[in-house]
Write a protein that binds this ligand. Structure first.
Ligand SMILES: Cc1ncc(COP(=O)(O)O)c(C=O)c1O
Length: 430
């Protein structure tokens, strides 16, 4: 029968490409329905920390005492005063002369990515992304007829510059870099970003069209060890930086973020006009008004950020616990996730689908994580840090029990399977 909806919607919304994370979400709901026993859900990157108290107070104050007209339409790029405030902060952060015209307030980082990709890409263009990577990128690229080209990172998740260079073709339009990284927690070193910039500059000099960097950094203020997250804005002129306050202020549901155009970008003035236009016609129109205004009262104030030590201590506890069980763990320096590699015995037994097998068996013990294949690297699990520490303890107990009960035969796994997903149901890596 002919589909009632578009081919894109049928393939993507009803298809199997979105399988792994959604499946875990549905499994969690089912486990909670079936029993009131706790579920240790480390599958989603939903910030569990409440927004800072000063944000709550700012919203109350703004509503109690405001001039008329604060909730109407506004310029598509956002309130001028808010853009000026953000531009000043970003100029300081990046050491660049960022002006309000370089700042576009967006509906979260996702909205920022959507308008940036729509503005830069033509059908047939390629977007290179270091893998493992945030699965939604594949959808964003498909929406504009572009192709996501996943390029592996090193085993410790550092950028593999040789692999990126080898993947560059005449079709490459964007290198999409996400640091601190979802799913690995890697925070790219300044020297690696400088080397990447040098490589891209060399490649650009041989091309007629700009080669852009889109830097997706919603976790940039969630760094809990070492120096702050470095940025390609300092190294590469054709950079568009995308960020949000979904994580540092715990406002994922309020949808507030922004895009910064590098003041050194050759296409700066075109981007300044085109990005707000994309914000308008993609249906965002403008970023939420109240959230924009609240930022001016919260950012940079004492207590104007969630306490990242909660993520740091979860990272340490999970890294230590999983390390003892034979997982190979690169302890994350920031972000909200850990991406451990399964013990060798599991890989030897289950090969490519070891991560799916383990996640399925763990779910039987009421602990949820996402198989790494969903992010472009099998043999790993993505474990979210954004949960209360009691859930970390519960999940670690489930990991321990599963490792102790290790039985390579799925038929003898405790309680059988949940109708395990075959690898083919995981997102296609293009
Ligand atoms: C890497 C990455 N980019 C973008 C986003 C979207 O963030 P936002 O909620 O600000 O739209 C997320 C959300 O989890 C993410 O992990």
């Amino acid at each position: 029968m002919a589909s009632s909806i578009s081919r894109w919607a049928a393939e993507n919304a009803l298809g199997v490409a979105d399988g792994a994370i959604r499946r875990m979400f549905e499994l969690g709901a089912r486990l909670r329905r079936e029993s009131s026993d706790p579920v240790y859900d480390l599958s989603l990157g939903n910030p569990h920390l409440e927004p800072p108290e000063c944000w709550r107070q700012a919203v109350i104050d703004l509503l109690e005492d405001e001039p008329p007209g604060q909730h109407r339409y506004m310029p598509n790029a956002g309130f001028p005063a808010v853009r000026e405030f953000i531009a000043q902060r970003e100029a300081e952060r990046f050491g660049l002369p960022v002006t309000p015209d370089d700042v576009i307030m967006t509906v979260g980082a996702a909205g920022g990515l959507a308008i940036t990709l729509r503005t830069l890409l033509d059908p047939g263009d390629d977007v290179i992304v270091p893998a493992p990577y945030f699965t939604e990128y594949a959808h964003y690229c498909r929406l504009v007829g572009a192709r996501l080209v996943a390029v592996p990172t090193a085993p410790d998740f550092r950028l593999d510059l040789g692999a990126i260079e080898a993947a560059l073709t005449a079709n490459t339009r964007i290198v999409l870099v996400n640091s601190p990284n979802n799913p690995t927690g890697a925070v790219y070193e300044n020297e690696d970003l400088a080397a990447l910039a040098a490589l891209l500059q060399r490649a650009s000099s041989r091309r007629s069209r700009e080669l852009y960097v889109v830097e997706d950094s919603p976790y940039r203020d969630l760094v809990f060890e070492g120096p702050p997250a470095a940025s390609l804005m300092s190294h590469y002129a054709e950079t568009v930086h995308v960020t949000s306050h979904s994580k540092d202020l715990g406002l994922a549901g309020e949808r507030i973020g922004h895009v910064v155009i590098s003041p050194r970008a050759a296409g700066r003035s075109q981007l300044q006009r085109a990005l707000p236009f994309a914000n308008r016609v993609l249906g965002f129109v403008n970023a939420p008004a109240l959230m924009q205004r609240a930022l001016m009262r919260v950012l940079g104030t004492p207590g104007g950020r969630v306490d990242v030590t909660a993520y740091a201590s979860n990272a340490r506890a999970l890294a230590a616990g999983l390390g003892e069980l034979g997982f190979e763990v690169v302890t994350p320096r920031g972000g909200m996730f850990l991406f451990p590699r399964l013990p060798q015995a599991w890989i030897a037994n289950f090969g490519e689908s070891a991560d799916i097998e383990f996640a399925d068996r763990l779910a039987k013990r009421r602990a949820l994580v996402v198989p790494g294949a969903a992010f472009g690297r099998s043999g790993h699990l993505r474990v979210a840090l954004s949960v209360p520490s009691s859930e970390v303890t519960g999940a670690l107990a489930a990991f321990r029990a599963e490792c102790q009960a290790f039985d390579p035969d799925p038929k003898r796994a405790p309680g059988g399977h949940f109708g395990a997903a075959a690898p083919s149901t995981l997102p296609r890596i293009e």
